[in-house]
Design a protein around this ligand. Structure first.
Ligand code: 5AD
Ligand code: SF4
Length: 463
């Protein structure tokens, strides 16, 4: 094998070498190609990048075209039903391809695959699928593929294990400007609507040293924005504010973001750490989910509206325009229109610059799935529209405050709406559009904000 990469873990390294040889024998001089698509959150995308890195070390290249792929992997999300429907649709479409190219290996992995009922459904209904593996099985990828290639069997591996973190599994990052770094895996919270604790197991934290070293290496490679990931970053075993302060000590011109903190243990110390830092974006994504105490209790969120408001008020007392965004679930089982209106009230009071809102989706196996639910999805959809319309006005008000200011923007790329415009994001995460040369993509640029829209700001490069 041409590849000189080596894992310190002997078992992993041996299985990698073995699969590398099998791959060389099977494909000869031709480089095998993998199509991998990750659905869902950044954590899942980061897992997908780990799988890609593993595959690249045994000789795989990558393609965006399923027709020319030798290995197709859908890395799936289970958080809402529509995410699952999209995967079933995509895999259903591969039936014809598998008939034409029986040698192509089709795999489904990630959160959705981790559920027993889904794994069974795939086994029984989607015969074109050769490989199903859950969120605990990434370390076994080489062994699983070896089994498929050498024994021509199918593999279904959704066993839960202790989920030991293998620090050697690095991500193959396609983006050269923004990177994600997981700091902890799993979730212990058991919010009653949420499937995540069932498909990602209990919390496991990486060490401060491992995270800091990875961020340092990324900054040295030239990355400009690094997002620390965890289902609940505040549960980070060795202290989240402490980790942030350590990462903040790293030299260079870069930004740190993180996703997501749980309001039940967001502390004043966390807010102080953000505000006093050099690199951490002055922004907080603080998922409210609902603005009514009865619903919050049914959700098992472990905070009240007044607890939540205390954090917001502390942040605003330190920095009056502190930008906060949130997640909202509309139509939790048993939620009345009046209770939904309480959520709208809290939203107005906080003044979020951005809201990610979703209609409640029933997830089999969760507590909420057993709760009485009298409101139709259609009705919930109307509530959601109402919320979004009000939010537009709030976003406009917040964005207007930036007019006249000079903001540092990290340039993402060309605008999707108007050809000659570039777009990027402020420290707070607000989109800014401005005229500029493509060579600025991936760089920090100072932009004078001239105009606000409800979804973005418009500006001109400042001298
Ligand atoms: N239905 C709708 N939205 C959900 N979320 C999590 N579970 C569900 C569900 N069953 C939302 C929450 C969470 C975000 C990542 O997804 O708002 O913060
Ligand atoms: Fe991410 Fe949760 Fe979806 Fe899994 S179920 S991909 S953890 S959002």
């Amino acid at each position: 094998m041409k590849n000189t990469f080596s894992y310190e873990n002997k078992e992993l390294e041996n299985s990698r070498i073995k699969l590398g040889e099998t791959v060389s024998e099977r494909f000869g001089e031709r480089q095998p190609l993998c199509f991998l698509h990750s659905f869902g959150c950044q954590q899942n995308v980061s897992d997908g990048e780990k799988i890609m890195m593993m595959l690249s070390t045994v000789g795989f290249g990558f393609t965006n075209d399923t027709d020319e792929a030798d290995l197709i992997i859908y890395n799936t999300c289970a958080v809402r039903e529509n995410a699952e429907d999209r995967v079933f649709g995509a895999v259903g479409n591969l039936k014809h391809l598998k008939e034409q190219k029986p040698d192509v290996v089709i795999g489904i992995c990630g959160c959705m695959a981790q559920q027993k009922s889904v794994c069974e459904k795939i086994k029984n209904t989607y015969k074109q699928v050769d490989l199903v593996f859950g969120t605990f099985a990434y370390n076994d990828l080489f062994v699983m593929l070896e089994e498929i290639y050498s024994k021509h069997t199918k593999v279904f591996n959704i066993e839960e294990n202790t989920g030991i973190i293998c620090e050697e599994l690095k991500q193959l990052r396609i983006d050269k400007v923004k990177a994600t770094v997981p700091i902890l895996y799993g979730c212990n919270n058991f919010c009653t609507y949420c499937i995540v604790p069932y498909v990602r197991g209990r919390e496991r934290s990486r060490s401060i040293e491992a995270v800091v070293n990875e961020v340092k290496a990324l900054v040295n490679e030239g990355y400009k924005e690094i997002t620390l990931l965890g289902q609940n970053v505040n549960s980070y075993e060795y202290g989240f504010p402490e980790l942030l302060r350590e990462v903040d000590k790293i030299d260079g011109h870069f930004r740190i973001r993180f996703m997501s903190p749980h309001p039940k243990d967001a502390t004043n110390e966390l807010i102080d750490t953000i505000i006093n830092s050099k690199h951490i974006c002055k922004q907080l994504h603080l998922p409210l989910q609902a603005g009514n105490d009865r619903i919050l209790k049914l959700m098992n969120r472990k905070y009240s509206v007044s607890d939540y408001m205390k954090i917001v008020e502390y942040a605003r007392s330190k920095s009056p325009d502190f930008c906060i965004s949130t997640d909202i679930i509309v139509g939790f089982p048993g939620e009345s229109y009046e209770e939904f209106c309480d959520t709208k009230k809290v939203i107005k009071e906080v003044g979020y610059y951005n809201i990610f809102s979703f209609v409640y989706s029933k997830r089999k196996g969760t507590k909420a799935a057993e709760m009485e639910d009298g409101i139709s999805d259609k009705q919930k959809g109307l509530w959601l529209r109402e919320l979004l319309l009000e939010q537009r006005e709030t976003a406009m008000e917040i964005n207007n405050k930036f007019v006249g200011q000079i903001k540092e923007v990290l340039v993402d790329g060309k605008s999707s709406t108007i050809e000659k415009l570039l777009n990027g994001k402020t420290d707070e995460g607000i989109i800014v559009e401005f005229e500029g040369d493509e060579s600025l993509i991936g760089k920090f640029v100072n932009v004078k904000i001239m105009k606000a829209m409800n979804w973005a700001l418009h500006g001109e490069i400042a001298e």
